[in-house]
Ligand binder design. Structure first.
Ligand SMILES: *Cc1c(COP(=O)(O)O)cnc(C)c1O
Length: 395
């Protein structure tokens, strides 16, 4: 053991602790759901990405059991050696049909999908133009690619256009953006982005992790919401949020692009195939979401109700339609205090502050689910009102 090394790391961890930035994990001893056991106590969960309440839905669990029975636990292989089952191809087709694309490639996580999407498709002759608030996995994926890197101010279409003009010498230009930004619940202006891409002959890549399954009239995502289905070149997404909440990611687009990724994308070529239980459950979930919009409709109603009631209670929230509801407190210690008091009141929410969000923009981020019932929402609003008054956030 190299003690000098361990001592240096220890000191660096202590610095994180001293700055109040050490992330403590609460232990859940139940299934993931609207009602959970956290640190041994029953609480209402308002901080999961379980938007459709499918993480422990009976249909999800049943389909996962069936896949284990019929296709086993694991494949002990990457896709191109002996890791492709009939159900992997079936799931890829179902995702393509759901998103309105030609083909789809599965990964073990959206982090891998984003990590492996740029490098095989672009090189030093090309440019990537990226929203400054894009997810860490897009930033890392861009770093692995030799294309020129350009960033535009968050959601700033004028600056995006300037970058498109400045990169006209490049062979291909790819605009890359989260379609929902997870700290604010902001939705990217895909209609405007697509119009700019058409004007300047650019490619559009979107990350649909916080929208696949529930945004848009039939839950196809932000491309449906913004009326640009069929106009997005590349869509990445996750199976780990609304679509079941286990693991898995995907990239979807034209057949040629997906063919190339299967040949060259390193997280696909050099990492194990997705487990059959996840694949089977994801197929069942996509079938259910294609048959009925009941869950996304319930989520939409829950979101509207919560946003309205929490505003009426006097809180300052970021306006919008997304089930991510940021309750703005601006002050970091206050956000921490409020989250701790809410947990004592039986509501699990998390405070976010610098460096996760900009300095002076501390907040509590609430996430609404179709798994919440009206009484759950009312309980959370009552707890926020009580704690908000106690801490002087509202009158
Ligand atoms: C959660 C998230 C990811 C990562 O998804 P995983 O499947 O958990 O790796 C990527 N991009 C965005 C925008 C996300 O919110």
């Amino acid at each position: 053991m190299n003690n000098n090394f361990v001592d240096r790391i220890k000191a660096e961890v202590s610095e994180i602790e001293a700055a109040g930035l050490f992330k403590q994990e609460r232990i859940i001893s139940s299934v993931q759901s609207a009602h959970i056991m956290a640190n041994g106590k029953p609480v209402l969960n308002f901080c999961a990405n379980n938007y459709l309440g499918l993480s422990s839905h009976p249909k999800t669990i049943e389909a996962a059991h069936q896949a284990i029975d019929n296709r086993g636990y694991g494949l002990s292989s990457v896709r191109f050696i002996c890791g492709t089952q009939d159900i992997h191809k079936e799931l890829e087709q179902k995702i393509s049909a759901f998103l309105g694309t030609e083909d789809t490639i599965l990964y073990c996580a959206a982090f891998d999908a984003n990590g492996g999407v740029f490098e095989p498709l672009l090189n030093e002759q090309d440019a990537i133009i990226s929203d400054e608030l894009n997810h860490a996995s897009i930033i890392d994926g861009v770093r692995l690619c030799k294309a020129e890197r350009h960033r535009y101010k968050h959601n700033d279409m004028q600056e995006l256009e300037e970058k498109l003009i400045a990169t006209q010498h490049c062979r291909s230009r790819m605009i890359a953006t989260d379609s929902v930004f997870s700290m604010d619940g902001t939705i990217a202006q895909l209609d405007k982005i697509v119009a700019l891409a058409e004007k300047y002959d650019a490619i559009v890549m979107i990350d649909e992790c916080h929208s696949s399954g529930f945004i848009g009239k039939t839950g196809r995502g932000v491309h449906e919401h913004c009326g640009v289905m069929g106009k997005i070149d590349i869509i990445t997404g996750t199976l780990g949020k609304a679509l079941g909440g286990a693991n898995g990611g995907f990239t979807s687009g034209s057949k040629a692009v997906i063919d190339m990724l299967r040949q060259k994308s390193r997280p696909y070529l050099f990492s194990n195939t997705l487990a059959p239980s996840i694949v089977g459950a994801s197929i069942a979930i996509l079938d259910m979401l294609s048959e009925t919009t009941a869950l996304r409709d319930k989520l939409e109603q829950n979101t509207l109700y919560f946003r309205e009631q929490i505003t009426n209670a006097g809180f300052d929230i970021k306006p919008g339609i997304h089930p991510i509801v940021p309750i703005m407190l601006y002050d970091a210690p206050l956000a921490q205090k409020m989250a701790a008091r809410m947990l004592e009141e039986g509501v699990y929410v998390v405070g976010f502050f610098y460096p996760v969000v900009a300095k002076g923009n501390a907040r509590i981020r609430v996430q609404i689910s179709a798994g919440h019932e009206r009484e759950d929402l009312d309980k959370a609003i009552a707890a926020f009102t009580k704690v908000g008054k106690e801490l002087g956030v509202i009158k």
